[in-house]
Design a protein around this ligand. Structure first.
Ligand SMILES: [Fe+2]
Ligand SMILES: [Fe+2]
Length: 486
């Protein structure tokens, strides 16, 4: 295996940032390393730390001809080579938006923006280990070795993303950065005393449908945040996020195809049993598959929790981040405007009288909402593909995203009681119908009853279809995870 010269794979911490000639930072990271491994052993995938898993490891920051950016091999997770990899340096890059538009991109932290920048990096960094913690028990109920492998791939890459953020903190923020890096290992998803910073990252991921919804919706929030940080005028952050996005695409693939395969299996079982009515829950569940209305409820839950991650629709923080050139818009470089938003407005859906109306606000203050709307558009592309799978199977049912004001805890709509269709209700009306819209206790119990491991190579649990394409073109009976006890 020949590696790109710029990635040092012999070092304890693989990197393309020249750690070998940066002893102070290297020592700082080497000091952080044992705490990270302790965290991984403690909070990482429970029960599979000694299994050999067929994993992808990034070895380059771009593919060159036959040399791909990643290699696949069997690895025990605690021995995974978590590296610090930044996308290639772009010559003469300039700040692409905000008050410093057109000035050379910063290679060091601009003093006046130090606190803001640190905050952005810490918030992003906090989400990475959180999802590993949320998903740590899922391996034991994996519906196949293929899905188990995909879960672990996502987990180790979230671990790498934590490394990526910790490198930025240690390299550019001195002592405060080292303290923040320690805090990232101290907080725990769902903990009373030291919870993770954002709500959705303290929720449970109790079953595999939740996992696929999480990777579809919540990892996609991650993608949106990384896309806007990839625009940053602070070049090391931009390069870090650009490379993280390369890995992140797989996480959304896992979510989208996971839900598609569940939907396919449900429709196929309905057809075989001659059931046309997607709401005939009892008959459908008797087939050992997940009825489509329950899948809709899970989507309602995860979509609404994820919308809250975008923060308040109107935000002076977001305006400040943009003006400062630290956090741009989704794919800022493809937008055709002044990149400063002078005098620009953006329409926000607001509750007025009986319903909702678009109200124009200064676009600078509405950046969170704009990113959230871009997120919704991106989600809808995936939902369309789910619906195609349902239509292809000849079942009459459509999945859809609920109204943006449904089940919200943050922002303009948080005090409203709104149905998925967007009707405004009283609290009591809403509560009466809650179980039609969000997973009920019995829905959860039913899904839980399906969560039985299927660890035989080439076999899949009753409720999920075999994938049509597999990772790295491996055969159908490939042993993706060699279980330690097997
Ligand atoms: Fe990530
Ligand atoms: Fe992710």
């Amino acid at each position: 295996m020949t590696l790109d010269n710029t990635v040092d794979y012999d070092a304890l911490i693989p990197n393309n940032v020249g750690l070998a000639s940066d002893p102070k930072i290297r020592k700082g990271l080497e000091k952080w390393h044992p705490g990270y491994i302790d965290w991984w052993m403690d909070m990482g995938p429970e029960g599979f730390q000694t299994s050999d898993v067929y994993l992808r490891t990034a070895v380059r920051v771009e593919s060159k001809g036959a040399d791909k950016w990643a290699v696949f091999d069997f690895v025990k997770m605690p021995e995974y080579r978590w590296g610090i990899l930044l996308a290639p340096h772009a010559e003469n890059r300039t700040v692409p938006f905000g008050e410093h538009l057109g000035e050379p991109a910063w290679q060091e932290v601009p003093g006046e923006y130090r606190a803001m920048l640190r905050r952005l990096i810490v918030i992003q960094g906090d989400t990475e280990p959180a999802s590993v913690e949320q998903q740590r028990y899922l391996g034991t109920t994996a519906p196949s070795l293929y899905d188990m492998r995909n879960l672990f791939q996502v987990n180790v890459e979230e671990g790498r993303h934590l490394w990526a953020m910790v490198y930025l903190l240690q390299k550019y923020f001195g002592r405060d950065g080292r303290e923040e890096a320690g805090e990232l290992l101290r907080r725990r998803s769902g903990s009373e005393d030291a919870p993770r910073m954002l709500g959705a990252f303290n929720e449970e991921t109790p079953d595999w449908l939740s996992f696929f919804m999480f990777t579809f919706f919540t990892d996609r929030d991650g993608k949106m945040q990384l896309e806007s940080l990839a625009q940053s005028g602070f070049d090391p952050l931009s390069r870090t996020c650009r490379f993280m996005l390369t890995e992140e695409a797989f996480h959304m693939f896992v979510g989208e195809t996971g839900v598609t395969r569940i939907v396919q299996r449900t429709c196929e079982a309905m057809r075989e049993a001659g059931i046309d009515d997607p709401y005939d829950t009892e008959a459908i569940r008797a087939l050992g598959v997940i009825d489509l209305p329950t899948i809709q409820k899970k989507a309602n839950l995860h979509y609404s929790l994820t919308l809250d991650l975008f923060g308040s629709e109107l935000s002076t923080n977001a305006a400040n981040f943009f003006n400062a050139g630290l956090k741009g818009r989704y794919r800022e470089h493809r937008l055709d405007d002044d990149h400063q938003l002078r005098g620009a407005t953006y329409g926000l859906l607001e509750h007025r009288g009986e319903g909702f109306e678009l109200v124009e606000h200064p676009a600078l203050n509405a950046l969170n909402c704009r990113l959230r709307d871009d997120f919704t558009d991106d989600c809808n592309l995936g939902v369309k593909r789910w619906n195609k799978a349902i239509a292809d199977a000849g079942v009459e049912f459509e999945l859809s995203l609920p109204h943006v004001a449904f089940h919200r805890q943050i922002g303009l709509h948080r005090d409203l009681f709104v149905s998925p269709a967007g009707e405004i209700l009283s609290e009591s009306e809403w509560q009466v119908r809650r179980d039609d819209w969000l997973p009920s206790t019995s829905d959860r119990e039913y899904i839980e009853s399906l969560m039985k491991p299927e660890f035989r190579p080439g076999r899949y649990a009753s409720w999920i279809a075999e994938p049509r394409t597999r990772i790295n073109h491996k055969p159908g009976d490939f042993e993706w995870v060699k279980l330690a006890d097997a």
